[in-house]
Design a protein around this ligand. Structure first.
Ligand code: ADP
Length: 396
């Protein structure tokens, strides 16, 4: 079956058409600036990537252009919509309502809408994408795959904050966690790749991309994760602060004359390694170069980032009373041997030793721990689209 995987943002839409039997990507692309002007980038398997300007007042036009491109006589990869068996939609926040993927029905859409307050930038955009798809492909089954679902197995002690309990009961304030599709995919694949029995394993997944989070996966189930009510908590990220003393917010608001929205903007967009590096970059390629050139801000950014990851790994080893394997994934985790080495440098007490040569490689399934290491350390490229396609096929 061919599955169309859609990841819809407020003004953008990423898509892949995946053949579920061969797991090949038949075509992929991106619609950008929806509601502003609009452009479509489209690439069929083995073909050229082509970007063209197209008027996209709404997501409905964007999806129509995607369908046109996929079924185009010259560049298309299917003859008609009949060859698309299902659509898998990424949905950011499922609150406590969704602990797994679901076939999308009117009741599901209503429940997703009830989670809009928890992800006001993302969920409404996801819903717009689903509704536009339903309009253009009315007979095609659709599945929703939630970023939060994998983390719903966390126990109460991991998801409650030290806040009045009534905030949890009245306003659903708790840890939810994100990147769940990736943490699920990578933990399963790591167990398989390393020859561990997933149902009797302690795995820590470090998803280190522009957005970064880490999770503790005990016997295949998530028991803790670093992102919280929103993706702002936890690790230091590209532009997000991660954990800070919450009192800093009031202090900075007074000193800098900012309101809540202004402070949130700083914490989400101007902090993280971008902020620490004195605005040098949020990209670790630039930071590494800066650090090697002696830039003290770049060095501080790299060190703060890696130290925070190492501290989380230590706390999750404590949470699971041990760790069998650590898996690095996403842009930084898959590509930066330097970052991995800096993080693992803190973890000798766990009996971790590193295979320096293996750690220099990038972008493929790799074991980077040495043969005598007490904990296996791997690089496992994530593939959220494939994970969504698999979930979709399983449900339809
Ligand atoms: P997201 O999906 O959150 O946007 P990605 O997982 O694609 O992020 O990761 C993007 C980040 O990966 C970049 O910002 C950059 O910091 C990092 N990255 C990509 N390639 C490399 C590389 N070769 N070396 C170091 N870092 C890299």
């Amino acid at each position: 079956m061919n599955v169309l995987v859609i990841n819809c943002g407020s003004s953008s839409l990423k898509f892949q058409l995946i053949n579920s039997e061969s797991e090949e990507v038949l075509a992929k692309g991106l619609c950008e600036r929806i509601g502003i002007d609009g452009s479509l980038t489209y690439q069929p398997e083995g073909g050229e990537k082509v970007k063209s300007d197209k008027a996209m007042p709404t997501h409905t036009e964007a999806i129509q252009f995607v369908i046109d491109a996929l079924t185009d006589e010259k560049t298309g990869v299917v003859k008609s919509l009949d060859e698309i068996g299902a659509v898998g939609h990424r949905i950011v926040h499922g609150g406590e309502k969704f602990a797994s993927s679901v076939v999308i029905t009117d009741e599901v859409l209503a429940a997703v809408e009830e989670c809009n307050d928890l992800a006001p930038l993302h969920n409404p955009a996801n819903l717009i994408g689903i509704n536009a798809c339903k309009k253009l492909m009315p007979g095609t089954p659709m599945v929703g795959v939630f970023d939060t679902a994998f983390h719903q197995t966390m126990p109460e002690k991991a998801y409650l904050y030290g806040l009045p309990y009534e905030y949890y009961e009245k306003h659903a304030v708790r840890r939810y966690g994100f990147h769940g599709t990736s943490h699920s995919f990578v933990s399963k694949h790591a167990a398989e790749f390393l020859g561990l029995d997933l149902s009797a394993s302690k795995i820590i997944v470090a998803h280190l991309g522009n957005g970064a989070s880490i999770s503790a996966v005990l016997n295949g189930q998530c028991v803790d994760t670093s992102m919280g009510l929103t993706p702002l908590e936890g690790l230091v990220m590209g532009t997000r602060s991660g954990d800070i003393d919450p009192a800093i917010m009031e202090y900075i608001a007074k000193k800098e004359g900012l309101d809540i929205a202004g402070v949130m903007n700083v914490l989400n967009k101007k902090s993280g390694v971008l902020g620490i590096s004195n605005n040098l970059s949020s990209d670790f390629r630039d930071l590494e170069e800066g650090m090697n050139d002696g830039n003290k801000y770049a060095k501080a950014a790299m060190e703060v980032f890696c130290y925070r990851v190492a501290k989380y790994i230590g706390s999750y080893a404590a949470a699971m009373n041990g760790v069998d394997a650590i898996a690095f994934t996403a842009g930084i985790g898959e590509n930066s041997g330097t970052v991995r080495k800096m993080i693992l440098g803190y973890l000798g007490y766990l009996g971790i030793t590193v295979d320096e040569e293996a750690n220099k490689k990038r972008g493929e399934d790799l074991v980077i721990s040495a043969a005598d290491s007490k904990v296996k350390v791997a690089v496992i490229p994530t593939n959220e689209e494939l994970a969504i396609a698999r979930e979709t096929v399983a449900l339809v």
